[in-house]
Design a protein around this ligand. Structure first.
Ligand code: NAD
Ligand code: DAU
Length: 336
């Protein structure tokens, strides 16, 4: 397959591109990425010299560029990761979220329609279902109740993508994954933020009481699930991708403290995130039934692999946490 990937310089997109090339799961990968604060070509060093891989810097909202690229590449599939992906940033500054996640998705869908792209995989999130009361789990028909500008923009883009299947028969598939973790994740997200702060002996800022529940999915398992949905999933369908690993945030933080041999009193309880979803819980039964996919990496193993990667990549952390990151950190945590 010849793939056009968007957002392939980010955390999950780069894992997908590395898997596609190193695992020879694609004949060619073209990666369109604007290199925002979250995009990092260092994440793609393992594939940078490969003749099957090409990088194009550009904005998915740029209709002319996107249309010309799709016409030139003639991909067998577009795999759409590019997004403003962080809830806290979407609360501080919602405008870029709506621009990229809604207009950007619209621009790609139009280019796919105009150029008759045979497959469009829209990468989405379990956050579109909002907070879920125990013991319920969301299946793909569960109501959409997004809480943050980020999750509302993802819900909107999911509906837009699905409307292109219904109206234009564009073969769109939507995947909705739970919380990813693993190597190369930008340290604004819970696990790499806590991990890199723990390395430096800095406070670990836990929102509210820390008893919010997330379902953790190792990033390579997510990428395998996307390949499964691409190869065996049906157009017009939504597939949840869960990690079968629900934990309260505080438990995750305690495991990080134990693994890094740091004291519990590094934990700082700080003002809660506005609109904070208490619990996410997914049923991933449909993807398992239709494709045979299931997560392979346990949380203990995934966390150990993640910690090992961050330990071995101090220069990557230093560069990523300098400059803009410091401004963001002060803005989000300074008065909390
Ligand atoms: P990320 O923030 O690490 O990476 C986003 C990438 O998109 C970056 O490389 C960035 O440069 C690029 N990008 C942003 N705006 C762009 C634009 N206008 N044009 C071109 N490129 C642009 O994100 P991530 O965590 O890898 O998430 C990838 C996708 O997966 C997103 O769609 C997100 O909603 C979804 N998702 C993430 C998670 C998670 O836990 N991280 C879980 C489920 C779904
Ligand atoms: O569920 C899938 C979603 O997971 C993805 O769609 C998003 O792109 C991704 O960012 C993630 O969203 P969350 O808001 O769940 O992830 P985050 O890592 O920001 O936070 C995880 C939990 O940890 C959440 O309950 C908030 C809490 N948290 C987070 C940070 C950054 C803290 O307590 N302190 C923090 O400093």
């Amino acid at each position: 397959m010849k793939l056009l990937v968007t957002g392939g310089a980010g955390f999950i997109g780069s894992a997908f591109v590395r898997m596609a090339i190193a695992g020879s799961r694609a004949a060619q990968v073209v990666n369109l990425d604007q290199l925002t604060y979250a995009g990092n070509l260092e994440n793609l060093v393992p594939v940078a010299g490969d003749s099957r891989y090409r990088f194009v810097r550009g904005d998915i909202c740029d209709a002319r560029l996107v249309d010309a690229l799709v016409a030139d590449v003639r991909p067998d599939a577009i795999v759409h990761f590019a997004a403003e992906s962080h809830v806290d940033r979407s609360i501080l500054s919602p405008a870029p979220v709506f621009e990229t996640n809604l207009r950007g998705t619209f621009t790609l869908l139009e280019a796919a329609r105009g150029n008759r792209v045979p497959r469009f995989l829209h990468v989405s999130t379990d956050e579109v279902y909002g907070s879920i009361e125990a013991p319920a789990e969301a299946d793909e028909d569960y109501p959409l109740r997004p809480s943050s500008p980020y999750s509302a923009s993802k819900a909107g883009s999911d509906l837009l993508a699905l409307s292109y299947f219904v109206t234009y028969r564009l073969p769109v598939t939507v995947t909705r994954a739970s919380n990813n973790y693993g190597p190369y994740q930008f340290p604004e997200k819970l696990i790499p933020l806590m991990l890199t702060n723990a390395f430096d002996g800095l406070p670990l800022p836990v929102y509210g009481d820390g008893m919010q529940i997330r379902d953790w999915l190792f990033v390579d398992d997510h990428c395998r699930a996307i390949f499964a949905a691409l190869e065996k999933g049906r157009p017009g369908e939504i597939y949840n991708i869960g990690g079968n690993c629900s934990l309260p945030n505080l438990e995750v933080v305690r495991r990080i403290l134990a693994a890094t041999h740091r004291p519990d009193d590094l934990v700082r309880y700080v003002t809660d995130r506005p609109g904070h979803d208490r619990r996410y819980a997914l049923s991933g039964e449909k993807l398992a039934r239709e494709t045979g996919w299931s997560p392979e990496v346990s949380f203990d193993e995934g966390l150990a692999r993640t910690i090992q990667w961050y330990r071995s990549n101090a220069d990557w952390i230093r560069r990523v946490k300098s400059g803009e990151y410091q401004t963001y950190y002060e803005l989000n945590y300074g008065n909390r």
